[in-house]
Design a protein around this ligand. Sequence first.
Ligand code: BG6
Length: 513
Amino acid sequence: MSQLGVDNHSNPLRDPQDRRMPRIAGPCSLVIFGVTGDLSRKKLMPAVYDLANRGLLPPGFSLVGFARRDWAHQDFAQIVHDAVKEHSRTGFREEVWNQLAEGFRFVPGDFSDDDAFERLRLTVAELDEVRGTGGNHAFYLSIPPRFFPDVIGQLKAHGLAEADGESWRRVVVEKPFGHDLASARELNDVVSQVFPPEAVFRIDHYLGKETVQNILALRFANNMFEPVWNGRYVDHVQITMAEDIGIGGRAGYYDSIGAARDVIQNHLLQLMALVAMEDPINFEAGSLRIEKQKVLASVQLPDDLGRHTARGQYAAGWAGGVKVGGYLDEKDIPSSSTTETFAAIRLEIGTRRWGGVPFFLRTGKRLGRRVTEVAVMFKKAPHLPFTDTQTEALGRNALVMRIQPDEGATLRFGAKVPGTAMEIRDVNMDFAYGGAFVESSPEAYERLILDVLLGDPPLFPQHEEVELSWQILDPIIDYWAKHGQPEQYPSGIWGPKSADEMLARDGRSWRRP
Ligand code: BG6
């Protein structure tokens, strides 16, 4: 979708209109802060290797790790090697690895250590000279936000944030973008004092998923869905992001965040914006942002948040046939923690298209299975020329966009059951990525890192969207803080009873994907 709006300085040979040309990054390096963290090992380093393996990185591409470790370059190379072997999507090829590893550098140091940033400056200069990175460097902050001011201040102080002439400097910020509206604004002030808006890439990795981009393809490349994509035909929309895992080793991060801040504020509201927005005039970042912003700005919260939201915390139960402990039993979680691991909210969008159509968003850890989907649930036909018994097994028509796993889409409608009587039952028509395409989908981080290196911004949320998302969520989180506690739900089921009751009050029920 982002063939347009590309910074052609990165690669003068590329014609952005020509879909046959691979999108190859121009000379550059990627500097990762927090290179020893989970995200870096599981996602970033493997994605860099996968890009190299697909021939999408320039020959002199260099990867710089920055962390508080006493490592030599070889130790760093070993860490990347292990991460790539374990987590990369594409097969390991010795020749690709050897070429990539020549560009590895490690800078040991603390974020407050001036000498370390001086070493980083020298390293980057050396790369420009030896590997031809051309002064183009992206700084990826895979670190807790409380360190952003230090690192960004250091980048500025050491002249790393400013580019000369045609070259570029970019900063990549991982979520959470703040903790609430006020802190998101503070964070943005810190970043925008040093980097201009076009140099800031905020990662919401859901936008890098093929199936999420497919929401736009499905809606705007076809003629059959848009006519019914509105409150005349749509009864409600359910957006579910369910995980079967618990919080793993992320107690420090998760306990101060909870499910709503962790994924509703970003992934689920972005999904909702893509499902609900009007067609953009093109797929450039600015045009997409205008439409997504309009949706987020039109969101209306229910008056009674107690009746129209639900939250829970997983208790002991089952995961994948294995007995597991509850959230409060997790290492480093205080036994008094009231952090929610499940959250469900009901929103409406005050526009002509969507007036009166509820959007239900839910997410949770340790649920029945891992599944993310967007289900557009249609109203029943206004008149059925059948008896009640003939349509007993007929539910709502539904279009389900399956984000993951089992990527694809399902259309559910009623069909006659074979036999001598007229009996109608729901059937599914299925599109599966695996069956329709030979190519396998790249990982979200492959796409997003490549887009950063190309300077291609449509898949990155802008600050305005981040602010609007906090404006939606802050009142809900404040309400929860003042009213009661999350309800315990046994691991392995579909969340707390209060979530079912919340939909039942609306005369609806959650899907069991
Ligand atoms: C992250 C959240 O943004 O997304 C995690 O912080 C969550 O808590 C993860 O597990 C899920 O990502 P995915 O791509 O596996 O759905």
